[in-house]
Design a protein around this ligand. Structure first.
Ligand code: SF4
Length: 214
Protein backbone atom coordinates (compact mmCIF):
# COMPACT_ATOMS: atom_id res chain seq x y z
CA UNK A 1 0.00 0.00 0.00
CA UNK A 2 1.59 3.31 -1.02
CA UNK A 3 1.02 7.07 -1.01
CA UNK A 4 2.45 10.05 -2.90
CA UNK A 5 4.83 11.84 -0.53
CA UNK A 6 6.12 15.35 -1.10
CA UNK A 7 8.52 15.45 1.87
CA UNK A 8 9.20 14.07 5.34
CA UNK A 9 11.13 16.30 7.75
CA UNK A 10 11.80 16.94 11.42
CA UNK A 11 11.08 20.39 12.82
CA UNK A 12 9.35 22.43 15.49
CA UNK A 13 5.57 22.37 15.36
CA UNK A 14 4.65 25.95 14.46
CA UNK A 15 0.90 26.04 15.09
CA UNK A 16 -1.96 24.58 17.15
CA UNK A 17 -1.87 23.68 20.85
CA UNK A 18 1.25 21.60 20.03
CA UNK A 19 3.23 24.69 18.92
CA UNK A 20 6.81 24.55 20.09
CA UNK A 21 7.11 20.75 20.30
CA UNK A 22 9.56 18.83 18.09
CA UNK A 23 7.53 16.98 15.46
CA UNK A 24 8.02 14.82 12.37
CA UNK A 25 6.06 16.14 9.39
CA UNK A 26 4.78 13.94 6.58
CA UNK A 27 3.70 16.18 3.71
CA UNK A 28 1.45 14.41 1.22
CA UNK A 29 1.15 15.44 -2.42
CA UNK A 30 -2.05 16.95 -3.83
CA UNK A 31 -4.83 19.30 -2.78
CA UNK A 32 -8.41 19.78 -3.93
CA UNK A 33 -8.37 23.53 -3.09
CA UNK A 34 -6.39 26.54 -4.34
CA UNK A 35 -6.38 29.06 -1.47
CA UNK A 36 -5.23 32.59 -2.35
CA UNK A 37 -2.55 32.59 0.38
CA UNK A 38 -1.31 29.03 -0.02
CA UNK A 39 2.38 28.69 0.93
CA UNK A 40 2.72 25.01 -0.02
CA UNK A 41 1.92 25.13 -3.74
CA UNK A 42 5.03 23.03 -4.31
CA UNK A 43 3.05 20.11 -2.84
CA UNK A 44 0.23 20.27 -5.41
CA UNK A 45 1.94 17.89 -7.85
CA UNK A 46 5.50 17.05 -6.82
CA UNK A 47 5.99 13.79 -4.98
CA UNK A 48 7.22 10.22 -5.04
CA UNK A 49 5.43 6.93 -4.34
CA UNK A 50 6.28 5.49 -0.96
CA UNK A 51 4.95 2.43 0.82
CA UNK A 52 3.51 2.84 4.30
CA UNK A 53 6.35 0.61 5.56
CA UNK A 54 9.04 2.92 4.12
CA UNK A 55 7.24 6.05 5.41
CA UNK A 56 7.18 4.57 8.91
CA UNK A 57 10.86 3.54 8.64
CA UNK A 58 11.76 7.16 7.78
CA UNK A 59 9.58 8.54 10.62
CA UNK A 60 11.17 6.17 13.14
CA UNK A 61 14.66 7.45 12.23
CA UNK A 62 13.90 10.76 13.98
CA UNK A 63 13.31 9.41 17.52
CA UNK A 64 10.23 11.60 17.96
CA UNK A 65 6.78 10.32 18.94
CA UNK A 66 4.78 13.32 17.64
CA UNK A 67 3.91 13.11 13.93
CA UNK A 68 1.87 15.51 11.80
CA UNK A 69 0.26 14.45 8.54
CA UNK A 70 -0.06 17.54 6.37
CA UNK A 71 -0.15 18.63 2.72
CA UNK A 72 -1.51 19.72 0.41
CA UNK A 73 -4.66 18.09 1.68
CA UNK A 74 -3.87 14.71 3.28
CA UNK A 75 -7.39 13.31 2.85
CA UNK A 76 -7.11 13.87 -0.91
CA UNK A 77 -5.35 10.48 -0.97
CA UNK A 78 -7.53 7.51 -0.10
CA UNK A 79 -4.76 5.60 1.73
CA UNK A 80 -4.12 8.35 4.29
CA UNK A 81 -6.47 6.89 6.96
CA UNK A 82 -4.51 3.60 6.74
CA UNK A 83 -1.21 5.45 7.31
CA UNK A 84 -2.71 7.27 10.30
CA UNK A 85 -4.02 4.03 11.80
CA UNK A 86 -0.68 2.25 11.47
CA UNK A 87 1.18 5.14 13.12
CA UNK A 88 -1.36 5.18 15.96
CA UNK A 89 -1.09 1.40 16.40
CA UNK A 90 2.68 1.87 16.81
CA UNK A 91 2.08 4.35 19.63
CA UNK A 92 2.72 7.62 17.79
CA UNK A 93 0.77 10.72 18.73
CA UNK A 94 -0.68 11.71 15.33
CA UNK A 95 -1.90 15.15 14.26
CA UNK A 96 -3.85 15.57 11.01
CA UNK A 97 -3.86 19.03 9.43
CA UNK A 98 -6.87 19.15 7.11
CA UNK A 99 -8.57 21.88 5.08
CA UNK A 100 -12.13 21.10 6.23
CA UNK A 101 -13.57 20.30 2.81
CA UNK A 102 -13.22 16.50 3.03
CA UNK A 103 -14.85 14.00 5.38
CA UNK A 104 -12.84 13.91 8.63
CA UNK A 105 -15.04 11.05 9.84
CA UNK A 106 -12.91 8.64 7.76
CA UNK A 107 -9.99 8.97 10.15
CA UNK A 108 -9.27 7.04 13.34
CA UNK A 109 -10.70 8.90 16.33
CA UNK A 110 -7.41 8.52 18.21
CA UNK A 111 -5.74 11.01 15.87
CA UNK A 112 -5.97 14.73 16.66
CA UNK A 113 -7.57 16.59 13.79
CA UNK A 114 -6.64 20.24 13.27
CA UNK A 115 -9.29 21.41 10.86
CA UNK A 116 -9.47 24.67 8.92
CA UNK A 117 -12.69 26.50 8.31
CA UNK A 118 -11.87 28.52 5.20
CA UNK A 119 -12.69 32.24 5.30
CA UNK A 120 -13.88 34.30 2.28
CA UNK A 121 -10.49 35.80 1.29
CA UNK A 122 -9.12 32.29 0.73
CA UNK A 123 -11.51 32.03 -2.24
CA UNK A 124 -12.52 28.56 -1.00
CA UNK A 125 -15.08 29.23 1.78
CA UNK A 126 -17.82 27.58 -0.26
CA UNK A 127 -15.91 24.31 -0.05
CA UNK A 128 -16.22 24.07 3.76
CA UNK A 129 -17.99 20.85 4.72
CA UNK A 130 -19.70 22.15 7.85
CA UNK A 131 -20.97 18.65 8.71
CA UNK A 132 -17.37 18.01 9.77
CA UNK A 133 -17.82 20.24 12.82
CA UNK A 134 -20.16 17.68 14.39
CA UNK A 135 -17.64 14.89 13.76
CA UNK A 136 -14.83 16.52 15.75
CA UNK A 137 -14.23 15.42 19.34
CA UNK A 138 -13.01 17.09 22.53
CA UNK A 139 -9.34 16.64 21.53
CA UNK A 140 -9.61 18.07 18.00
CA UNK A 141 -8.96 21.69 16.99
CA UNK A 142 -10.42 24.24 14.57
CA UNK A 143 -8.39 26.97 12.86
CA UNK A 144 -9.47 30.11 11.00
CA UNK A 145 -6.83 31.73 8.77
CA UNK A 146 -7.80 35.40 8.61
CA UNK A 147 -6.69 37.77 5.86
CA UNK A 148 -8.87 40.84 6.39
CA UNK A 149 -11.76 42.34 8.36
CA UNK A 150 -14.43 40.43 6.40
CA UNK A 151 -12.68 37.17 7.27
CA UNK A 152 -12.66 38.17 10.93
CA UNK A 153 -16.40 38.88 10.90
CA UNK A 154 -17.04 35.55 9.17
CA UNK A 155 -14.92 33.68 11.75
CA UNK A 156 -16.68 35.48 14.60
CA UNK A 157 -20.06 34.38 13.25
CA UNK A 158 -18.88 30.78 12.80
CA UNK A 159 -17.44 30.77 16.31
CA UNK A 160 -20.90 31.39 17.77
CA UNK A 161 -22.26 28.43 15.80
CA UNK A 162 -19.38 26.13 16.84
CA UNK A 163 -19.74 27.02 20.50
CA UNK A 164 -23.39 25.94 20.40
CA UNK A 165 -22.87 22.53 18.83
CA UNK A 166 -19.31 21.35 19.37
CA UNK A 167 -16.72 20.89 22.12
CA UNK A 168 -13.29 20.96 20.52
CA UNK A 169 -10.05 21.37 22.47
CA UNK A 170 -9.07 24.65 20.85
CA UNK A 171 -10.24 27.22 18.32
CA UNK A 172 -7.55 29.46 16.88
CA UNK A 173 -7.43 32.62 14.78
CA UNK A 174 -4.31 32.92 12.63
CA UNK A 175 -3.41 36.01 10.54
CA UNK A 176 -2.39 35.45 6.91
CA UNK A 177 1.37 35.90 6.94
CA UNK A 178 2.44 39.12 5.20
CA UNK A 179 -1.17 40.22 4.70
CA UNK A 180 -2.69 40.96 8.12
CA UNK A 181 -0.60 42.20 11.03
CA UNK A 182 -0.84 40.01 14.15
CA UNK A 183 -1.33 43.20 16.18
CA UNK A 184 -4.39 44.13 14.09
CA UNK A 185 -5.99 40.73 14.56
CA UNK A 186 -5.12 40.82 18.27
CA UNK A 187 -6.83 44.19 18.69
CA UNK A 188 -10.00 42.95 16.93
CA UNK A 189 -10.05 39.86 19.16
CA UNK A 190 -9.61 41.88 22.33
CA UNK A 191 -12.23 44.46 21.38
CA UNK A 192 -14.86 41.76 20.71
CA UNK A 193 -13.86 39.44 23.57
CA UNK A 194 -13.22 36.54 21.19
CA UNK A 195 -12.90 33.19 23.00
CA UNK A 196 -10.22 31.75 20.75
CA UNK A 197 -6.44 31.60 20.72
CA UNK A 198 -4.31 33.92 18.58
CA UNK A 199 -2.14 31.50 16.61
CA UNK A 200 1.17 32.66 15.07
CA UNK A 201 3.34 30.46 12.87
CA UNK A 202 6.41 30.21 15.07
CA UNK A 203 8.40 28.19 12.51
CA UNK A 204 8.40 31.37 10.37
CA UNK A 205 9.90 33.26 13.31
CA UNK A 206 12.59 30.62 13.89
CA UNK A 207 13.38 30.15 10.19
CA UNK A 208 12.26 33.29 8.31
CA UNK A 209 13.68 32.06 4.97
CA UNK A 210 12.93 28.77 3.26
CA UNK A 211 14.55 26.55 5.90
CA UNK A 212 12.02 24.52 7.87
CA UNK A 213 13.92 22.07 10.08
CA UNK A 214 16.03 18.97 9.39
S1 SF4 B 1 -5.97 23.76 1.51
FE1 SF4 B 1 -3.88 24.18 2.23
S2 SF4 B 1 -2.54 23.21 0.71
FE2 SF4 B 1 -4.57 23.37 -0.21
S3 SF4 B 1 -4.53 25.28 -1.36
FE3 SF4 B 1 -5.38 25.74 0.68
S4 SF4 B 1 -3.62 26.38 1.92
FE4 SF4 B 1 -2.80 25.33 0.09
Amino acid sequence: MSLLINEIFYSIQGESSFAGYPCVFIRLTGCNLRCSYCDTRYAFDAGHESTIRSIIDRVSSFKCRLVEITGGEPLFQGKTPALIKQLLDLGYNVLLETNGSMDVGKTDNRCIRIMDIKCPSSGEAEQNDLANIGKLTFKDEIKFVIGDRDDFLYARKMLRMINKGSHVAQISFSPVSGQLLPSTLASWMLKDGIKARLNLQIHKIIWPSDKQGV
